[in-house]
Ligand binder design. Structure first.
Ligand code: DO4
Ligand code: MG
Length: 291
């Protein structure tokens, strides 16, 4: 089952459960203390609770009849880095001149992963909302990332799609510029829905793909699978929660294994579509203001 925040044709915002591509609206008034999507996700049985909350007055709605919103409430958004070989190699290349290449080499094999703060809810773009390229970056890319939804106790309760927008020139100039390369207005895409974590995930069959379009034509396409991820998903969640509290839960982007060639940079007006099997497609237009 997937859970989502949606806007209906009449402008009303609702929570919805999606099964077999059919969407049903939820009525939260049926249970005390359930006020938002995170309350359902953080409950002992999110799928069971969502089924119980299905609004008996709601018929079945088709997914294309609603607008999907970012599936975030008050969670912080964090990200892991250099978790795929492709990312380690690309980072070492971009950091050669700045002298930071060896950091990426070391962190790929170190026990402790790279984990960094990525966004607060107001910096997150939902489906169809713009993601931003900094005006002071000449080399920026989207990073398509399998994303964990983690409850306050550190339990992985769901999965969604994340776009870790990154200014590669700023990061490459000096590793200490990482927060500026990664954290700014509209720096992170999330959505369209959260797949509730049930059973074992088949890593080899979970594909993460990206298509970048310019003027309606594809200018980059790439994909990987979670089998290429060099870390365990639970391991990344455990490191994030070490000596840290998340009273509202957290999203954790798990790193990119797809990086466009070095001569590629995003431009104003591009469109980025990230597809993860079992979750869906997150599409965002790209904005970049001129200086
Ligand atoms: O080390 C910098 C960031 C790495 C990253 O975001 C990734 O590998 O996805
Ligand atoms: Mg990343």
């Amino acid at each position: 089952m997937k859970l989502a925040k949606v806007r209906l044709a009449d402008g009303a915002r609702r929570l919805a459960a999606i099964e077999d591509r059919t969407l049903k609206l939820l009525d939260l008034s049926q249970v005390e203390n359930i006020q938002c999507l995170a309350d359902i996700l953080h409950s002992p049985d999110p799928a069971g609770l969502a089924r119980f909350l299905i609004d008996p007055r709601s018929g079945s709605i088709k997914c294309d009849e609603v607008t999907f919103l970012a599936p975030i409430d008050r969670q912080e958004v964090w990200a892991a880095g250099v978790t795929y070989k492709r990312s380690q190699v690309a980072r070492m290349e971009e950091s050669k001149a700045g002298g930071g290449a060896s950091h990426y080499d070391k962190v790929y094999t170190a026990d402790r992963p790279e984990i960094f703060f990525k966004a607060t809810p107001h910096r997150v773009s939902g489906p169809g909302q713009p993601v931003r390229v900094r005006h002071d970056s000449r080399w920026s890319v989207p990073e398509p990332e399998f994303t964990l939804v983690i409850d306050p106790a550190g339990r992985i309760v769901g999965y969604t799609i994340g776009n870790d927008m990154s200014a590669r020139d700023i990061e490459g100039e000096n590793p200490l510029y990482l927060p500026q390369a990664k954290v700014y207005s509209q720096c992170c895409g999330l959505g369209p829905a959260i797949q509730i974590a049930e059973g074992t995930l088949n890593l080899a069959e979970t594909t993460v793909g990206v298509v970048i379009q310019r003027g309606g034509k594809s200018v980059f396409e790439g994909s990987t699978t979670l089998a290429q991820l060099h870390r365990q998903l639970a391991e990344l969640a455990t490191w994030l929660y070490r000596e840290n509290e998340f009273p509202f839960g957290a999203f954790l982007l798990t790193g990119t294994g797809v990086i466009p060639p070095d001569d590629f940079t995003l431009e104003n007006g591009d469109s980025v579509s990230i597809t993860i099997s079992g979750i869906g497609t997150l599409t965002n237009p790209v904005v970049k203001n001129s200086l």
